[in-house]
Ligand binder design. Structure first.
Ligand SMILES: Cc1ncc(C[n+]2csc(CCOP(=O)(O)OP(=O)(O)O)c2C)c(N)n1
Ligand SMILES: [Mg+2]
Length: 215
């Protein structure tokens, strides 16, 4: 009896776990076990171990496909009003499966589906254009039958307005193209894909927390 969120770019799990913790799904101590062998909090979120994780993800391309399935179930089988939100990576969109999912989303007129594209131009191996250029996104999503909205992905007012517009859009799914900066807020991490999967050392951590205004 609620909306669902699918983190299709499952490797961004630290963010999901932190939010679930803030929302009371997880005790804070559990965050310390992140990516350790016996922890529930694996690098890729597992719905069987962590309550609040609506879909196990990490194999890129599959999350959005599952989200489309959930949206079909809500709209056409259970006929309820719950919405499905899916966060998709721009590098992830180099998976052909993503576009097959999008094609199905518009075929089934999934106006209960809202895909947010994290458009940071980078993926694990560098610039998306140097790997398999997936652009242009706006015309591509439109060609796949989506209503599209472009926003600054770091601006909460724009995010909220886009979600509202998506809720009010009928007969087609919505894609919010969120322009973002990977590592936003930490000068030495911004736009540097070398930080994709590395952890800061103690000095770097302290510097980063200072820049973010933390303790
Ligand atoms: C099917 C699949 N292939 C490869 C990977 C390895 N991988 C993990 S993250 C990543 C890059 C994803 O890029 P993007 O979606 O742009 O996410 P961002 O780096 O911006 O967080 C890749 C290729 C994976 N998790 N799944
Ligand atoms: Mg990216």
């Amino acid at each position: 009896e609620r909306d669902r969120f699918v983190l299709s770019k499952g490797h961004a799990s630290p963010l999901l776990y932190a939010v679930l913790c803030e929302k009371g799904f997880l005790p804070e101590e559990e965050l310390q076990g992140f990516r350790q062998v016996d922890s529930k909090l694996q690098g890729h979120p597992n719905m069987n171990y962590v309550s609040g994780v609506d879909m196990s993800t990490g194999s890129l391309g599959q999350g959005i496909s599952a989200a489309v399935g959930m949206a079909i179930a809500n709209k056409h089988i259970d006929k309820n009003e719950h919405r499905i939100y899916c966060l998709l990576g721009d590098g992830e969109s180099e998976e052909g499966q993503v576009w097959e999912a999008c094609m199905a989303a518009s075929h089934y007129k999934l106006d209960n589906l809202c895909v947010i594209l994290d458009y940071n131009h980078l993926q694990i191996d560098g610039n998306i254009d140097d790997v398999i250029g997936p652009e242009p996104f706006k015309s591509k999503f439109e060609a796949f039958g989506f209503h599209t909205i472009e926003i600054d992905g770091h601006n909460f007012n724009e995010i909220e307005a886009a979600f509202k517009e998506a809720r009010e859009t009928k007969g087609q799914p919505t894609a919010i193209i969120a322009h973002t900066i990977k590592g936003k807020g930490v000068s030495f991490m911004e736009n540097n894909y070398a930080w994709h999967g590395s952890a800061p050392n103690k000095e770097q951590y302290e510097e980063a927390m200072k820049e973010l205004g933390g303790e």
